[in-house]
Design a protein around this ligand. Structure first.
Ligand code: URA
Length: 232
């Protein structure tokens, strides 16, 4: 059970004062019955509306996005280029991207309003992220060795190391990295004299992008998918 004023304020982001005013004005109904008392307890499954508009509780959300080319990882829902455009807005628990993908990178992106989960999943070095990179030039054997051994990035002292490499075709490389650094895959390939023309993230840890999600679309993670990120 939860107090109606607490429920309304959590679900809408309204202040306690605003919520009390809605109740006093008789705008709130619970299971079709008008409720004016702010201390009224409601059940978790109660149907609550304000002026006939359904109010849903904003619990934690865990979302898989197939990021489309040209979209940006920003927290601004109102920006039409944002990966969050069209997703539900929850003022109290805003959605955030779990890490970032470049504007031109496509594929698996996670979005959540659970800050602790975000922190855990995006921790650098923690999970292997696999990308399919299309290259401007065929990849030479020496480049493969260099990438697996670690390459120097411009203006950085710490080398960037590929965790896994698979040559899918002469110009298509599947590369796994634990890194979280800015533009890291593009910079690693530049460091071995090549250039990434397309970059697509296929998986994060054990979670692969659901091929049924069209570019720019999203869905909630299943319970099984979420469990892939539970600490051991
Ligand atoms: N590495 C890149 O270069 N770009 C991305 O978007 C992700 C990893």
């Amino acid at each position: 059970m939860i107090r109606i004023d607490r429920f309304l304020s959590d679900a809408t982001g309204g202040s306690r004062k605003e919520v009390k005013a809605w109740l006093r004005a008789g705008r709130v109904s619970v299971d079709g019955e008008r409720v004016r008392n702010a201390a009224c307890q409601i059940a978790e499954h109660s149907v609550v509306d304000i002026d006939g508009n359904l109010v849903e509780m904003q619990g934690p959300r865990y979302i898989m996005v197939n990021k489309a080319v040209g979209t940006v990882c920003t927290a601004l829902h109102a920006d039409p280029r944002s990966v969050l455009a069209g997703m539900p807005v929850s003022p109290r628990k805003p959605l955030q991207c779990v890490g970032r993908l470049d504007v031109d990178t496509t594929g698996l992106l996670l979005v959540t309003n659970d800050g602790e989960w975000n922190h855990r999943v995006s921790r650098p070095g923690h999970l292997v992220k696999v990308y399919r990179a299309t290259l401007a030039e065929p990849l030479v054997d020496t480049a493969i060795e260099e990438l697996l051994g670690g390459v120097s990035l411009r203006n950085e002292t710490r080398p960037a190391v590929a965790h896994s490499l698979e040559c899918v075709d002469t110009r298509i490389l599947r590369i796994g990295i634990r890194e979280g650094r800015y533009h890291v895959v593009r910079r690693m390939l530049a460091a071995v004299g090549n250039r990434v023309t397309e970059l697509h993230r296929e998986s994060i840890g054990e979670l692969a992008l659901d091929g049924r999600i069209a570019p720019g679309e999203w869905r909630e993670l299943s319970v099984r998918e979420r469990s892939l990120f539970e600490p051991n």
